[in-house]
Write a protein that binds this ligand. Structure first.
Ligand SMILES: C[S@@+](CC[C@H](N)C(=O)[O-])C[C@H]1O[C@@H](n2cnc3c(N)ncnc32)[C@H](O)[C@@H]1O
Length: 332
């Protein structure tokens, strides 16, 4: 069979290579054919496709002797590759920068991503209803780091939805070695995915404040969950009595794409009106420059550049420095 290009590989992430049960969830839907074509178009037109394609093609062949998923998603041992193959692996993985989510280790090469995503998972995991045997939806899943954590916690299937094809390219690099049919990514905007399948648990981590209409985002999640299913929302939150709304040209912590930061109370109200009950805030934690920072795998600006150097409790725009909350609710 000829080697598929990245556009095709992205378009078939739900298809032949992956878990038939995931294909069953979506492939029966007539719209899905159209969606596959849309993915192929977007990936083909993307200015960076060629670089990702070359990086993926340059990954040395290897079979990991072990895969261990803990705080670090650890794939293969250093001994599985000779020195030259290991150097080629490191170069190819660097070509897929910026690595925002991690940490990962591949055959002894540690990918120290911008975010210590394991810290967020530690804040969430103890509060979850067991994921054993569950079908999970992860909106804005990045490169699928949490998908591996969810599978390790027993999920039978994780469908990530991610619009940023750079993250999807990283996922393909990791899957090149893990070939794990349980953890897959649909490379689309969430808004383009028809609610044709129901899941037991849905996650929306770090996505709500990027939505122009955050209440609509929560309402859109509802039909993806079976009745009684669990929704986990992790988001920036504001002080108790304020909800911050941002105009299109405004910035929060140097980010252009932040539109609304609710108070914890407003978040719970939004969940209620979107069709969820029993909503509770299980964690509130300030984001530190140890959790989100520039590394040799993410060389752009990071949190330290977004805080006021004279008062790191404020952003450079004068807002409260990032504070993040985790809310959990049940679909009615
Ligand atoms: C701040 S990151 C959070 C990533 C990960 N969930 C986490 O918590 O670490 C937000 C992610 O959501 C993705 N995203 C934002 N809006 C989206 C949408 N409407 N549909 C799919 N993905 C979206 C972005 O591309 C980005 O990868």
């Amino acid at each position: 069979m000829p080697e598929l290009g990245i556009a095709d590989r992205m378009a078939v992430t739900l298809g032949d290579r992956l878990d038939p049960s995931l294909s069953t969830l979506f492939d029966a839907v007539p719209e899905w054919r159209v969606l596959r074509a849309a993915i192929r178009d977007a990936a083909t037109r993307h200015g960076t496709s060629e670089r990702w394609e070359c990086a993926l093609a340059a990954l040395p062949a290897a079979t990991p002797s072990c895969i261990a998923v803990g705080d670090t998603v650890d794939i293969g041992a250093a001994d599985d590759l000779d020195t030259s193959a290991c150097a080629r692996l490191s170069t190819a993985l660097h070509e897929l920068e910026p690595w925002r989510k991690g940490p990962f280790r591949l055959f002894g090469v540690t990918i120290d991503a911008e975010w210590r995503s394991d810290w967020k998972w530690r804040r969430i995991a103890p509060h979850l209803t067991s994921l054993v045997g569950k079908r999970v939806l992860d909106i804005g899943c990045g490169n699928g780091y949490y998908g591996w954590r969810m599978c390790a916690a027993g999920a039978s299937l994780v469908a990530g939805i991610e619009t940023n094809l750079g993250h999807v390219a990283q996922h393909l690099a990791l899957q090149h070695y893990t070939n794990d049919p349980r953890n897959s990514i649909v490379p689309l905007r969430f808004e383009a995915v028809p609610a044709t399948a129901t899941f037991d648990t849905a996650f929306s981590l770090g996505v709500l404040y990027h939505q122009r209409d955050p209440q609509e985002h929560l309402a859109r999640l509802r039909p993806f969950l079976r009745s009684g299913g669990e929704l986990v929302v992790e988001t920036l939150v504001a002080d108790p009595d304020e909800t911050l709304l941002f105009a299109d040209d405004a910035r929060y912590a140097r980010m252009r794409n932040v539109f609304a930061i609710p108070s914890s109370r407003a978040l719970l109200e939004w969940l209620r009106s979107a069709g969820f009950e029993g909503g509770r805030i299980v964690d509130v934690t300030p984001t530190t420059t140890d959790e989100q920072r520039r590394t040799e795998w993410m060389r752009f600006e990071s949190l330290a550049d977004a805080l006021d150097p004279m008062d790191p409790t404020r952003t450079v725009e004068g807002h409260r420095a990032p504070l993040r909350a985790v809310a959990i609710a049940r679909a009615i």
